[in-house]
Write a protein that binds this ligand. Sequence first.
Ligand code: F6P
Length: 324
Amino acid sequence: MSTAADTPAVEAETTETTLPEYLALRGEPVEFRAMIRQVTFAAKKVAAELRVAGLQGMLGATGHTNVQGETVQRLDEYANAMFVNNLLRNPAISDLVSEEIRDEMHMARHNTGEYALFFDPIDGSSNLDVNLSIGSIFSVRRTQHVRGDGRTQIAAGYVMYGPATVCVLAMPRHGVNLFTYDPSIGEFLYTRGPLRMPEEGSSYGANEANYRSWSPRVQAFVEWLRGAAGHSTRYSGALVADFHRILVKGGVYLYPSDDRNRNGKLRLLYEAAPLAFIAEIAGGRAVSEDSDILTIVPREIHQRVPLILGSATEIDHFLPRGGR
Ligand code: F6P
């Protein structure tokens, strides 16, 4: 008769556990692990390229604009190619959506593929030429939920290229965990988690040059943050970096609608929804001006939304009484 003592204990992760090992320990299927390995492979190539981009003439614009009408940087193109070329090889992925590609890529030869992957290869490109933090964002859904709301995501994460390159991965069953890239062995190693976003923070991030064209409600919220709430401003111009601060220290990030960006600036499928998903699993929240980000059903793949994202206390204060 077998006893509990015979059952092998699930090995606990340590700071020597690599990201693929972590996912294997947690019982994630081999196809899912392969996909995350490909995402992080692309991120490792981007991290390596960023270190020498200034020496190799890889900074600056390509001279093209993308589907959103934004200037494409050489590194946007490089990172997009790294992601697409790697992910195309995975038969478990049937659909890819990238910020840099006009249409969704449906892989006819992968018709039975289980997963759809959405990604922004380089978030915060305006930080590239000045050597500040940038990121890559990704989100995974089952193929049948490609056009579903944000709650149909099964995993989401980002890689932040800062003084250290870190990967944050959120999955409902495992929480939000942080892995740090160790270039000496070429692996992301488990560092800590599950992370909880503090219930309240002491800073907010927003492009305040747009203040005059925000709605009175958003203006009043920012007045409260600056005044009664006593928050400082922290804004880097890269969503991933600003979000990472809030995930770790609490607070709120906002990019509401304004005169130039009538529907907000950030893209629902590969910016707002993945970060909202991570925030919610960590105990935070994300709303557009009038609805929960995770309940928005996309009308099109590059749809933009206003985004107010962060700790429970700050988001509660923003919401009208009925939305709390
Ligand atoms: O496109 C996304 C993005 O670059 C975010 O990373 C960042 O938070 C935001 O746009 C910055 O916009 P702005 O330059 O208008 O402040």
